[in-house]
Write a protein that binds this ligand. Structure first.
Ligand code: AMP
Ligand code: MN
Ligand code: MN
Length: 339
């Protein structure tokens, strides 16, 4: 049977019925996975395995290497490289993935799978599954997994909670972003009650890096450019990280994810952009952030990517100069939201 996408929103009950009908499931998250992609996938994977389901989990980009902040996560033994994922799984579940292209090398499993359950919170989600659990108000995909576990009647073990917390803390920026509701804090309390070492999880994500990264961060910030007239006068700050920077400091692409979090602090710019060259494919991975006056999600959709309103990205097939010209042009057209 081949999956035929239906954009109809799924209920938790639909997703429960689907998961209960399968004793084998393939899980996939977006390329170059972050804490929410990995955390949400491993959380559901562990809970399903604990109740006897055969589970494989993967992602479709190289290197197939767990980024350093997530190397202590429970459930890493569920992971297999993309080329070991069956070509036509009976049930494929995707996490934190807004569109098929974000599955990279695993994108072809969507059309080949019997059923595809999409679990995601991206505003740009294209509902490519046969069942789509998409909640753009959810703070993280990991929080949606907890709702699903509750509906399945599966326990929130300490290991599952550690994975969920990783997703939640990553996507709320440590409970700072606007999606951090009272329910988010209630969920965090529930997770802490399982006895997880939230301090160690957060230290790995926010407060630990190699000295090489500290040097590369300094270099990237020092060479950044502030363009106050861009974004209709709201200001743009941007920088680039090249393959030579990564090589010089012994880093992989995942190690420089945090550059944007420092660059975006510049008060003078509404929008921050970091353009990173991926050594695996030579393409430019563009990260954008706004402070709330500009919907960078829709800007990135117009540039072929996606994301959330205030945090989004796209892949560019053009050199840096042309890429930045396209970014400036798209940002100059964008409406300004009320302050
Ligand atoms: P990043 O800047 O990589 O941290 O990504 C910020 C947000 O944008 C995340 O929610 C990503 O899933 C999303 N995003 C990043 N790059 C892309 C892309 N090429 N296509 C679609 N969404 C993306
Ligand atoms: Mn993500
Ligand atoms: Mn997410």
């Amino acid at each position: 049977m081949t999956a035929s996408p239906s954009p109809a929103p799924a209920s938790l009950a639909d997703a429960v019925a689907l998961l209960e009908a399968h004793d084998e499931v393939v899980l996939a998250c977006h390329v170059n996975p972050d804490g929410d992609a990995l955390g949400s996938m491993l959380a559901l994977g562990l809970a399903l395995r604990d109740r006897g389901t055969r589970v494989l989990a993967s992602w479709g980009s190289r290197p197939f290497e767990v980024p350093s902040p997530y190397r202590d996560l429970p459930g890493l033994d569920l992971l297999v490289p993309a080329d070991q994922v069956p070509p036509a799984p009976a049930l494929l579940v995707t996490f934190d993935t807004g569109s098929v292209d974000r599955l990279g090398a695993l994108g072809d499993r969507v059309a080949a799978a019997g059923d595809v359950l999409v679990i995601d919170h991206h505003a740009s989600n294209t509902c490519f599954g046969t069942l789509n659990l998409v909640d753009v108000t959810a703070a993280s995909t990991a929080s949606m997994v907890v709702d699903l576990l509750d509906a399945l009647g599966l326990p929130l073990t300490r290991d599952v909670a550690a994975c969920v917390y990783t997703g939640l803390v990553t996507d709320t920026g440590s409970f700072k972003y606007v999606a951090t509701t009272p329910d988010v804090h209630r969920l965090a309390a529930r997770l802490l009650e399982t006895g997880i070492r939230h301090d160690l999880i957060s230290r790995e994500i926010w407060d630990t890096a190699s000295y090489g990264y500290v040097k590369a961060l300094g270099l990237a910030c020092a060479r950044s450019v502030l363009e106050p007239d861009e974004v209709g006068g709201l200001g743009l700050v941007w920088t680039a990280v090249g393959v030579e920077d990564l090589e010089r400091y012994g880093l992989v692409l995942a190690d420089v994810e945090g550059v944007i979090d420092v660059l975006r602090t510049a008060r003078e710019a509404e929008v921050a952009v970091v353009v990173k060259t991926d050594p695996e494919d030579g393409l430019l991975k563009v990260s954008t952030r706004s402070k709330g006056r500009v919907d960078v999600g829709s800007v990135c959709v117009s540039l072929g990517g996606g994301g959330h309103r205030f945090a989004a990205g796209f892949t560019s097939y053009e050199p840096l100069g042309q890429t930045m010209e396209r970014v400036r042009a798209a940002l100059s057209d964008v409406p300004h939201l009320p302050a």
